[in-house]
Design a binder for this molecule. Structure first.
Ligand SMILES: C[S@@+](CC[C@H](N)C(=O)[O-])C[C@H]1O[C@@H](n2cnc3c(N)ncnc32)[C@H](O)[C@@H]1O
Length: 400
């Protein structure tokens, strides 16, 4: 099994971000479709893809793809695939899946046919009638779209958003994969100031710091395929060593997180320390109304509370007004706001958003409003325009 096809699954709207990540890892033949990015690789690449992809949900190993409009066809074509190349004699396996616009609409029936076909194949190959399923786990997925079945085995195990650093959660935390994508979709880079004034459990800022320090997001967790004999354990060892070597531990950053809730700030500190970036993010309990920015240029990435999940309308309204007051005249600041509330742009009147991206936070449809600030060096605006109404403490007082 030299050349293989891997599929990095992606939340709707993030396919291109994942494609860029896949290409940055050196994979060339990529194919993007809704919810996934396919690419050619070798078994040795499975560790690297799992360790490094920040915005993908999972990495699946494609075993086969074929047309099937009857159960017999599904059974025979599934049985013809080389499952024994990956699934061991003692392997424990389950089948899950989805079916969209297909004649075989009952996904439960499809799953059961696939399971039977794989068992039949393994019986023949291992010359055995009964499998105890006590060994490594293999989760098979069947995905039916317009009568075409794609059969895969999940190499990741727990979803890639589970980095292993977030033990303490604030209210309504973002998935780490989405938080990383928000950073990658922004103009932020390691030389610029970054603030999340409603940082919750700190996910956006922690992901940003990990990006800036070249830290592989999967370095602190395990993966299902780590126990597969088909993947030489040296591949894993080498990929982990290379990921450790890639870290830039001394890279100084200017990242600030605020939240009105003391417990959230305590959680941020624990999470950032777990992630290995506790030394570069300054977290402080602060009401958004008191955030005072004395720097001319910077980036804000945040997701305010929104009604469907948390606060009441009045509170949200006040938050929008506070964002507006703090940033309306900050011409050098770019603002990136993720919210499910379509009313948001009505309150932030600095300008129309330069770009709005439709994304999903779990099952909730959200918009990512992007307001681009002037580039550093522009400097034509009168200085007083940069001053919000009431100074409190300046972000620059805290610069490391
Ligand atoms: C949707 S959550 C942010 C979640 C965060 N992105 C994460 O991944 O954990 C919104 C946060 O806004 C905070 N918040 C609400 N009102 C605030 C205010 N007036 N000033 C600062 N933070 C506020 C809440 O405490 C909550 O943690």
């Amino acid at each position: 099994m030299n050349r293989i096809t891997l599929i990095a699954t992606a939340t709707f709207g993030l396919e291109k971000v994942v494609k860029n990540e896949v290409m940055a890892l050196g994979f060339e033949n990529t194919k993007v479709s809704e919810g996934k990015v396919e690419f050619e690789a070798t078994l040795a690449d499975i560790p690297r893809a799992n360790l490094w992809l920040r915005c993908a949900d999972r990495v699946l190993l494609k075993i086969g793809e074929f047309e099937a409009s009857t159960f017999d066809e599904l059974f025979e074509k599934t049985k013809a695939l080389p499952w024994e190349d990956i699934i061991t004699e003692d392997g424990k396996f389950d089948v899950n899946g989805k079916a969209v616009k297909s004649t075989l609409g009952s996904i439960r029936a499809c799953q059961s046919i696939v399971k039977k076909a794989v068992v039949e194949r393994l019986k023949q190959k291992y010359n055995k009638e009964w499998f105890e399923e006590t060994g490594p786990e293999f989760t098979i997925q069947i995905s039916m779209l317009k009568d075409v079945a794609v059969l895969t085995i999940d190499t990741s195990g727990a979803g890639l958003h589970k980095r292993g650093y977030r033990e303490a959660g604030g209210e309504a935390p973002l998935k780490e994969t989405l938080a990383a994508a928000l950073v990658l979709l922004s103009f932020w880079n390691a030389d610029r100031i970054l603030i999340d004034p409603m940082c919750g459990s700190g996910t956006i800022l922690i992901e940003a710091a990990m990006i800036a320090r070249h830290m592989a997001p999967g370095l602190k967790r395990g993966f299902a395929s780590e126990r597969w004999p088909a993947i030489d354990e040296n591949y894993w060892r080498e990929a982990r060593l290379a990921a450790r070597d890639a870290i830039l531990p001394d890279r100084k950053l200017q990242i600030f997180g605020y939240d009105i809730d003391e417990k959230s700030i305590a959680a941020c500190r624990i999470n950032a320390a777990n992630a290995g970036v506790g030394d570069v993010i300054l977290f402080e309990r602060k009401d958004l109304k008191d955030v005072w920015i004395n720097e001319k240029y910077g980036i804000v990435i945040s997701n305010p509370p929104y009604g469907v999940r948390m606060s009441e309308f009045k509170e949200i309204n006040e938050i929008y007004i506070a964002i507006h007051k703090a940033f309306r005249k900050k011409w050098g600041w770019s603002l990136y706001i993720l919210t499910a509330d379509e009313m948001f742009p009505k309150y932030f009147k600095r300008a129309r958003p330069d770009r709005v991206r439709k994304l999903y936070n779990g099952k909730i449809k959200v918009d990512y409003y992007q307001y681009y600030g002037e580039k550093p060096g522009y400097g034509d605006r009168p200085a007083e325009n940069d001053m919000p109404d009431q100074p409190d403490q300046t972000a620059s007082d805290n610069l490391p």
